[in-house]
Design a protein. Sequence first.
Length: 133
Amino acid sequence: MKKICIIFNPKAGNSKLAKLNKIIAELNKNNAVTLFETSVAGDATNIARTESANFDIIVAAGGDGTINEVANGIKSNTPLAIIPMGTANIVAIEAGISNSNKVICDAINIGKTKKVYVSNINNKKFSHNLFMV
């Protein structure tokens, strides 16, 4: 059983809470899932920084901005999964991450990862080791 932290931006995209709830229910069958909601810019970074030592997997549920914030807060040895919930989801598309609930859950459950290049812009990173979903 994995301890999974999901950092969710409720303002990303077009309110996809029903999708997220289905994914959480599926992941909770074999794991312990804790959901953290962001409310202002910087929350996702702070949550990731505080919680990455307490969880096996950190999940960014939001758009490109949420992924960016989580990547900048997470510890380098903690895997990052993505649930694409933004408007455009450019990072998820470029990384080949599926939008399918089943594919997302399966990848997290089996721990299938993909290394991605970590770009640094203004001393901030914009990538991480991603679960390939």
